[in-house]
Design a binder for this molecule. Structure first.
Ligand code: C2E
Ligand code: MG
Ligand code: MG
Length: 659
């Protein structure tokens, strides 16, 4: 434990560390010594003056002189002491002055006392000199050298006086001299031990304080570590949660509003898959450095909130400022132009999406602020990524909470919260409504409708889509096909459903149960950005084909994999996304649409154009020789019973016209 103390105490005083320690000891004990010397001298002077009484008792004839001498020397010593203290003299100087005062006190008294007539009394009385010796060694906190020197001076004065003034036999003088020397040796020894002990105590205290400092440093390092993200060096979630609580407390106490920005790297999982985790980490570090710079330039706090998610918290001056900061972050990352060549949306660089929320009086918990930023982030992602979205409570897109939707989806089938509407498909050659597409609808427990654009991605993420999808197939078959309302019914399917083992078996079982020909059922697969063709998918599609089921490609042209899809899979029908038709009012748009139609014709697939909203759209499609049309101008999605009444010429009458 006290290794330092022991080593230093044993080490030769010439070693450098010992010298340094000594000087540190001197420095640190400076004040203590001054205080001790001052106290010591005051007490010594009081005692010195107090011995005036014994002067009266033992050497009354010279008492007046000795007492006067006592007062002059005693008070003089105190004056010098106080003067030196005032002048901020060093402890050593004060010690030496005090030691000289003590010796002077003894000497002056001796000179005065020896004038007494009572020589015998004086001979014994002078033995009190031993007290002076003791006092310098034990009474003060003099350094050993000063104490011993002063004590030795007292001893010499004593012995000198003994030889010169004391009228006693030689043997008695020897006894007194031996007593005096013994006193000197014993008190000097005790003084040495005392000083050694004081030094040891100092070393122990020093070691303890060094250990304390080391422990504090270790503690701080550990605290820093536990609050820091090891990859980016930013604050980690734990630290950020604490920051959020602090901001929240200030908001509650002083109404200091703040904003939360959640920043997510777009397609980062895919980046990791393509470039490897090491480069993924490097990418996060580069982004974090940029974010750190931007955030700290405006006094915001930044941390890593999850895998590729960062969080910025800032005292909010205005929402516009927040938007500006979010936009600066988004733009900054895009301007870094870190390559990401494999993004499915075709953007060749790394971008981020940012969700912003801020404190509102209705919010009762800090988690809600973060949650709203998360919802805004989700909206930013849904809005095409590389965008900033600000949570706005009045915006209908935020009227339902993703968590609520996810929970509702779990009970949706049991509670009959999902339903299907069917949107007819018109065959332009016959003019008949020839097929219909099943579109899923969801309402929350309180009756609020939620659009498929919102709940389908959630169902896909939570896996609820599998059960919902199977229910949709079954319901469509029984609503439309068993009743022969249309010739072909199409059902949208998520790739996740197709990849799930047993999908084709399930379809086979349904077809068998309802005794429906496989060719009357079509599955629409969206050429979505997240979709990758893998073995499971190809196997499932080929199994479906064996059942005679049709496979359609939905929203053609919106993704970036459309052409490779066309190359790999023989689709029966391709639905051209409505955006192309809607762009057809311009020459460029029309040419684009025509190019797509030509391409698909060359592939030999049947073409369906969706989003026919006007008579002009329909005319244009007729001009381009498109057979199958779908859109609000043709018919709006409706429940099965309304489809039956609207569909003036149901399948039974038009059966022969559709091929
Ligand atoms: P989708 O398969 O492309 O469906 C067409 C969407 O366009 C439907 O929106 C429909 O109501 C809308 N629409 C139809 N005609 C017009 C028109 O003339 N103009 C405009 N502007 N829109 C028109 P909805 O019902 O909101 O569905 C959106 C998407 O949700 C669907 O796009 C589909 O991808 C997905 N979805 C819907 N039901 C299901 C389902 O049961 N399963 C799966 N996996 N996805 C579904
Ligand atoms: Mg569809
Ligand atoms: Mg579509």
């Amino acid at each position: 434990m006290h290794v330092l103390a022991e080593t230093a105490a044993k080490a030769p005083s010439s070693t450098r560390s010992t010298r340094e320690l000594r000087s540190l000891y001197d420095q640190q004990s400076e004040l203590v010594r001054k205080v001790a010397t001052r106290r010591g001298l005051w007490i010594a002077v009081v005692a010195y003056l107090g011995y005036s009484l014994t002067d009266y008792l033992f050497i009354a004839d010279v008492a007046r002189s000795t007492i006067t001498a006592r007062f002059i020397v005693g008070l003089g010593a105190l004056c010098i002491l106080e003067f030196l203290l005032r002048r901020k003299a060093m402890a050593n100087t004060i010690d030496v002055a005090s030691a000289i005062s003590v010796s002077t006190g003894y000497l002056v008294w001796l000179v005065m006392a020896q004038m007494t007539e009572d020589r015998a009394a004086f001979s014994y009385y002078m033995v009190f000199g031993a007290i002076f010796m003791m006092s310098v060694n034990l009474f003060f906190r003099f350094r050993s050298s000063v104490a011993i020197a002063s004590s030795a001076a007292n001893m010499i004065i004593f012995i000198g006086a003994l030889c010169v003034f004391a009228p006693m036999a030689f043997t008695h003088k020897l006894i007194m001299g031996a007593f005096c020397i013994s006193c000197f040796i014993f008190t000097a020894y005790v003084n040495l031990e005392l000083n050694k002990e004081r030094y040891k105590v100092f070393l122990n205290a020093l070691e303890a304080s060094l250990q304390q400092a080391a422990a504090d440093e270790r503690g701080n390092a550990l605290l820093h570590l536990s609050n820091t993200d090891s990859l980016t060096g930013l604050e980690n979630r734990r630290a950020i949660d604490q920051r959020l609580r602090d901001y929240w407390q200030r908001w509650l106490d002083d109404g200091a509003s703040f904003a939360v920005l959640l920043i997510d790297v777009d397609y980062f999982k895919h980046y990791n898959d393509c470039y490897g985790h090491q480069q993924g980490d490097q990418c996060l570090v580069t982004i974090s450095e940029h974010l750190q710079q931007t955030a700290s330039s405006c006094g915001a706090v930044i941390g890593r909130y999850g895998g590729e998610e960062f969080i910025v918290i800032k005292s909010a001056s205005s929402l516009d400022d927040m938007k500006e900061l979010a936009e600066a972050i988004r733009r900054g990352v895009a301007e870094m132009a870190l390559p990401h060549q494999h993004r499915r949306d075709g953007t060749p660089i790394i971008t981020v999406s940012v969700g912003v929320s801020h404190t509102r009086s209705e919010i009762k918990q800090v988690d809600k602020v973060v949650h709203e930023a998360d919802r805004a982030l989700y909206a930013a992602k849904a809005g095409g990524r590389n965008v900033v979205a600000v949570f706005d409570v009045t915006d209908s897109k935020y009227s339902v909470d993703r968590e609520d939707v996810a929970a509702t989806l779990k009970i949706a089938l049991d509670q009959k919260l999902v339903s299907l509407v069917y949107q007819p498909i018109r065959n332009m050659q016959t003019g008949m409504l020839d097929g219909a597409e099943a579109l899923m609808r969801l309402k929350m427990l309180d009756g609020t409708p939620v659009g498929p654009d919102v709940f389908i991605p959630i169902a896909e993420r939570t896996g609820a889509i599998v059960a919902l999808g199977r229910w949709a197939i079954r319901t469509t078959c029984s609503d439309l096909l068993v009743t022969d309302l249309v010739r072909v019914a199409s059902v949208n399917v998520s790739p996740m459903e197709l990849k799930k083992p047993g999908f084709a078996d399930y379809v086979a079982a349904i077809l068998a149960e309802f005794e429906v020909d496989g060719g009357r059922l079509a599955f629409e697969i969206t050429e979505g950005v997240e979709l990758e063709i893998d073995q499971d998918l190809v196997r499932c599609i080929s199994d479906l084909r064996k059942l005679g089921v049709q496979v359609w490609l939905d929203d053609f042209g919106t993704g970036f994999a459309g052409l490779s899809w066309l190359r790999l899979i023989d689709f029966d029908t391709v639905k051209i996304d409505r955006s192309f038709l809607h762009d057809s009012h311009t020459d460029r748009g029309r040419r684009m649409l025509l190019d797509i139609i030509t391409l698909l014709r060359n592939r030999g697939v049947s073409i369906l154009v969706e989003g026919v909203e006007t008579a002009e759209h329909q005319r244009l499609m007729l001009q381009y020789g498109i057979h199958y049309l779908q859109g609000y101008h043709i018919a709006r999605p409706a429940p099965a019973d309304q489809l039956a009444t609207n569909n003036v010429l149901p399948f039974l009458e038009t059966k022969k016209n559709v091929g």
